[in-house]
Design a protein around this ligand. Structure first.
Ligand code: SF4
Ligand code: SF4
Length: 303
């Protein structure tokens, strides 16, 4: 995939996803199902919302169970792709990552790559990255636990009232209704304010607070396909002793692929966004269909 086009392709797919969901809501004519996508009996609902509703109702709901199973299968097969390829909130917070400092570092690393020469990828030297299992718990899981506990206490899914993903989809529908039917409501202003607080004011919603991302990460711990792999010979840092940290700087999930090869963290949170590969000035990162698990064969270090 052309590295310059990856972000644009992701943006196009996300917008198409939002458009399909919006048309679905519009055809149904209501906003009560703003966390679901589909038509009539083939609607899928948000897995977190589905779990919270079942907790509040204290019963298993077939549509909710099927939705959770569908997302679980998607995460096992493709990993946490929802976050970077479909979620509109991810795109809003991702833009904040592109700081001037990161751009300057990218320029310096590209220069370093030119100075040391780009040898291309030798697949015989490719090093597998990523433990296939294991979850690194962080603040997102605490928010996930709080969402469950608050549902138990109040008897309804409290978190869904402030979920930025649901708010974004509901906003799209309300704005459509504003233009088509002339319906005006203060709810649009209220939702925009809540969304602005969550996306702009709070410190990186996706990386630090999103319980939906935490849930996808729990499911994606079982994923083994399309995991990022570093060619250690080509990498400026690993193979040439140079200074480069661009893949780490570019990662929205704060994943350090070098740490993963040392077994210090997992790829459960990798959303396959390809930002690391796009940032790499020597094209040292690829996403093969299957890789050998590095945790099975730990690196040998000289004494
Ligand atoms: S490791 Fe690479 S593909 Fe995975 S989330 Fe980070 S930047 Fe995206
Ligand atoms: S893999 Fe990461 S550290 Fe190595 S050259 Fe590419 S961007 Fe730099």
């Amino acid at each position: 995939m052309n590295k310059r086009n990856t972000a644009r392709i992701r943006l196009f797919i996300m917008l198409a996803f939002v458009a399909v969901a919006a048309v679905g809501y519009f055809v149904k004519g209501g906003i009560g199902n703003s966390c679901g996508i589909g038509f009539d009996d083939i609607t899928l609902i948000c897995p977190l919302g589905a779990i919270l509703v079942m907790i509040s109702e204290r019963t298993a709901i077939p549509l909710a169970v099927m939705s959770v199973m569908a997302v679980l299968i998607m995460c096992i097969v493709l990993g946490k792709v929802f976050c970077s390829w479909l979620c509109p909130v991810h795109f809003m917070t991702e833009r904040r990552m592109l700081s001037r400092k990161a751009k300057k570092a990218a320029k310096e690393a590209r220069q370093a790559a030119r100075d040391t020469g780009n040898s291309g990828i030798d697949t015989s030297q490719v090093k597998a990255c990523g433990k296939s299992s294991g979850v690194k718990f962080d603040s997102r899981h605490a928010v996930l636990a709080a969402a469950v506990v608050s549902t138990l206490i109040f008897g309804f899914p409290v978190f869904c009232l402030v979920c930025p993903v649901g708010i974004t989809f509901a906003l799209v529908l309300l704005i459509m209704r504003l233009f088509v039917f002339g319906e005006t409501t203060w709810t649009i202003i209220l939702m925009l304010a809540v969304l602005a607080i969550e996306v702009v004011v709070l410190p990186n919603w996706c990386r630090n607070l999103c319980p939906l991302g935490a849930l996808h990460g729990l499911f994606s711990g079982l994923n083994k396909t399309f995991r990022p792999v570093i060619d250690s010979e080509t990498c400026i840092q690993e193979g040439r002793g140079g200074h480069c940290n661009l893949c780490v700087d570019a990662c929205h999930e704060n994943i350090n692929l070098h740490d993963i090869s040392r077994g210090e963290t997992t790829l459960a949170d990798c959303s396959k966004c390809r930002a690391c590969a796009d940032a790499c000035p020597v094209s040292a990162i690829t996403f093969p269909f299957l890789t050998k698990d590095a945790s099975i064969e730990p690196e040998k270090h000289d004494a």
